[in-house]
Every structure is written in structure tokens, then in C-alpha cells.
Design a protein around this ligand. Structure first.
Ligand code: AMP
Length: 191
């Protein structure tokens, strides 16, 4: 079972992914978390990605696809995988399909979190105070929203056109309220 948790920055993907991981025994794979760990460890990948991330831009497709290619086999060895923050471009979605088809696998479902943009910005500015993430500044947030609309949103059309069920879920409300909706959507999609 391969699922994708999808949505704009601040929509609660990471929070919901952790809950889905527990409830459905899917292995949570977050490209943002992997990159932040590379940055913290000062690895060559971290050095390349750090500045791009802090500016709110997307790291190059090849770099992120290589990371996922390296992690996917281990993650796939379990009952399933939940991708968070990947794919973020149509090119990444195509690369993922190619990787999965080599193993006879495919993306089984996409859960897309919907949150109005004004609330997203408020949430990210609040997170800046709590977590101090380098890319939660007003300028970087603006750039991340821009990248989302320019490059990432199109991934949903890609999946719809390729027959992958895309379930849109309202991401507004307390995390456990949102999770009730997400849980229903995953249950329907994963039968
Ligand atoms: P996230 O934690 O998913 O919000 O990701 C934080 C940042 O990491 C993004 O703003 C990008 O700079 C970078 N990043 C994470 N995943 C990807 C991806 N799939 N493609 C390109 N850049 C990514």
C-alpha cells in the first residue's frame, strides 16, 4: 500500500501523517524531515539543500528523487508507505511511478488537505515561534506558497488523470477532528 499525504505548507501533513502511521501501520516517509536531518548533520546533501530550503524554494527533482529511491525499498518492506512532502512536482510524480512500477507497485491513494491560505500563513507564523524552523519566515512562506501553486498543485491533476483516487479533506479544525475525516478517507481509499 502506497499513500501520499498532500497539501500546501502548513496544512498539517506531518501531523496527520504521524497519526495515519500509527493507525494504519504505514511507514511515514517525509522528504522535508530527511532534508532537515541532512542539514543538521552538515552532510553534502544538507549543504546543497539548506540554503534552497531556507529561501522557501524546492530542491532539484534529481536530488529528492535519489533520496526517495534510496529509502523506498526499506520502507516498502513493511506493510506500506505514506509519503509526506513528495512528490511535489509532476516530474517527481513520474519518477515515483517509474520507481514503483519496477516493483509492480503503484500509488494507491492520495489524501489532499484543504486549508484556506490566510489560515496557512497564520499557522506557519505561529510554528515559527514554537519550532523556529528556518523556512517559517514571512518571505520564505510567501515563496513556498508560490512554489506550491506554480509546481505542486499540478500533481493532483496528474494523479486524477492517471486514475489514482484523490480524496480532498478539509484540514480546518483540531488535529484529531481533521484525523477523523482523514481516517475515513484512508479507509475508503485503501480497501
Ligand atoms: P516540508 O517539511 O515538506 O514542508 O519541506 C520543507 C522544505 O524541504 C521545502 O520547502 C523544500 O525546500 C524542501 N523539500 C521537501 N520535500 C521536497 C520535494 N519533494 N521536492 C523539493 N523540495 C522539497
Amino acid at each position: 500500500m502506497i499513500g501520499v499525504i498532500f497539501g500546501p505548507p502548513g496544512s498539517g501533513k506531518g501531523t496527520q501523517a504521524a497519526k495515519i502511521e500509527n493507525a494504519f501501520r504505514l511507514k511515514h516517509l517525509s522528504t522535508g524531515d530527511i532534508l532537515r536531518s541532512e542539514v543538521a548533520r552538515g552532510t553534502p546533501i544538507g549543504k546543497e539543500a539548506g540554503r534552497i530550503m531556507a529561501a522557501g524554494d524546492l530542491v532539484p527533482d534529481e536530488l529528492i528523487v535519489d533520496i526517495v529511491r534510496g529509502r523506498l525499498p526499506e520502507a516498502e518492506a513493511g506493510e506500506g508507505v505514506l509519503l509526506d512532502g513528495f512528490p511535489r512536482t509532476v516530474g517527481q510524480a513520474q519518477a515515483l511511478d517509474n520507481m514503483l512500477s519496477e516493483e509492480g507497485h503503484k500509488v494507491d491513494f492520495v489524501i489532499a488537505l484543504d486549508v484556506p491560505e490566510a489560515e496557512l500563513v497564520d499557522r506557519l507564523l505561529h510554528r515559527a515561534q514554537v519550532e523556529g524552523r528556518a523556512d517559517d519566515t514571512r518571505e520564505a512562506i510567501e515563496e513556498r506558497m508560490h512554489e506550491y501553486h506554480k509546481l505542486t498543485e499540478a500533481v493532483l491533476d496528474y494523479y486524477s488523470r492517471h486514475g489514482v483516487p484523490v480524496k480532498r479533506v478539509s484540514g480546518v479544525g483540531r488535529p484529531d477532528e481533521v484525523f477523523e475525516r482523514v481516517k475515513r478517507a484512508v479507509s475508503i481509499s485503501s480497501v
